[in-house]
Write a protein that binds this ligand. Structure first.
Ligand code: NAP
Ligand code: ZN
Length: 348
């Protein structure tokens, strides 16, 4: 076993603190990754604060991981020592059910094994995430990261990138489609950049206009404040597709009114409070209200390659491990522009 430095939550309300964790010995299909950078996703915060239900502490979170392979198991064929690789939200799945067979491991019928907080089939322990110096992962859940994607910025693609790419692909964002992105945080700003690269006409719906310049710089055509009631009158019936990335409860029916007939609103935001939709809000326009969770491994590789091809990278703010707690407060205050990335050297 390998002992590595990490930052862990020890309770729902205590700050994260420095600790050490054990990484398992390499199995025949395992890869040891020396982590270079780890992104901070709002899901990390929901998780450590128990907002999605009780968890076991201490827990190391982090599922936006990029680094280099330093050792491979005897039967590994997909990766070699020295490769630049990434790990996202999953580290395993059953591999046999119809969802896994279809390359949709995120919807594994037995439940995918999450990068943190899951039960590791290899040794029965609770999986520990990317806020650490190194991680051991089954080769099938390790992604190739092209060398033209800046290693200091690329980590957030592993969650924020794929979570927005997948529904944009599934609902065919592209030339001639009007897409609205609700909430411009980590996921939201990736949704904007990716939808623009796919050729869609993109509008950002943010609480205020303070992020307008950024929206336009990322290629959006318009940016409106949702605190302004006029926004909802002006944009009624405008969009084919709405991607809701908001981490808190919103008035879904107000946004559904912004769809054209038979339009689709996809929820990727995961607030702890239930969202409510009156039946008539959907029936009247023949609308679809959908959900989406990350993306499969093949689709994640496709997204990484798409971003490399289109020169898409997240906007990041590099921090050290001791700034994680302060960064969490800024994420909660919608004051992240637009993803914090931890320099893994600072876990030492
Ligand atoms: P984030 O960086 O905090 O972004 C969320 C954005 O939502 C904020 O920047 C803010 O944008 C807006 N917002 C926050 N509170 C709001 C409120 N009370 N009312 C209206 N708007 C509000 O979070 P993230 O990392 O992008 O994650 C967003 C959500 O997606 C989280 O719930 C996370 O757990 C979830 N998630 C889901 C998946 C999945 O697979 N489905 C994957 C990853 C994350 P403005 O400042 O523009 O208003
Ligand atoms: Zn995430």
């Amino acid at each position: 076993m390998l002992t590595v430095n990490a930052y862990a939550a020890t309770s729902a309300d205590a700050p994260l603190t420095k600790t050490t964790i054990e990484r398992r010995d390499l199995g025949p299909h395992d890869v040891l990754i020396d982590i270079a950078y780890a992104g901070i996703c709002h899901s990390d915060i929901h998780t450590v604060r128990g907002e999605w239900g009780p968890i076991e502490y201490p827990q190391v979170v982090g599922h936006e991981i990029v680094g280099h392979v330093t050792e491979v198991g005897a039967e590994v064929t997909k990766h070699q020592v020295g490769d630049r690789v990434g790990v996202g939200c999953m580290v395993n799945s059953c591999g046999e059910c119809e969802q896994c067979q279809a390359g949709k491991e995120q919807y594994c019928l037995k439940g995918n094994i999450q990068t943190y907080g899951g039960v590791d089939p290899a040794d029965g322990t609770i999986t520990q995430g990317g806020y650490s110096e190194a991680v051991v992962v089954n080769e099938d859940f390790v992604l190739r990261v092209a060398s033209d994607l800046d290693i200091e910025k690329v980590a957030p693609l592993l969650c924020a990138g794929i979570t927005t790419y997948s529904p944009l692909r599934r609902y065919e964002a592209g030339p001639g489609t009007k897409v609205a992105v609700v909430g411009m945080g980590g996921l939201g700003h990736m949704a904007v950049k990716i939808a623009v690269a796919m050729g869609a006409e993109v509008t950002v719906l943010s609480q205020t206009t303070s992020k307008r310049d950024d929206s336009l710089r990322y290629g959006a055509q318009a940016h409106y404040a949702t605190k302004d009631a006029e926004t909802f009158e002006k944009l009624a019936g405008s969009f084919d597709l709405i991607i809701n990335t908001v981490s808190a409860k919103i008035d879904v029916s107000a946004y559904l009114r912004l769809l054209r007939a038979e339009g689709v609103m996809v929820n990727v935001g995961a607030p702890s409070d239930p969202l409510e939709v009156p039946a008539f809000a959907l029936i009247s326009g023949g609308l679809t209200w959908a959900g989406s969770m990350i993306g499969g491994i093949a689709e994640t590789q496709e997204m990484l390659d798409f971003c490399a091809e289109h020169g898409i990278l997240p906007e990041t703010e590099l921090i050290s491990a001791e700034q994680i707690n302060e960064a969490y407060e800024r994420v909660l205050a919608s004051d992240v522009r637009y993803r914090f990335v931890i320099d893994a050297k600072t876990f030492a």
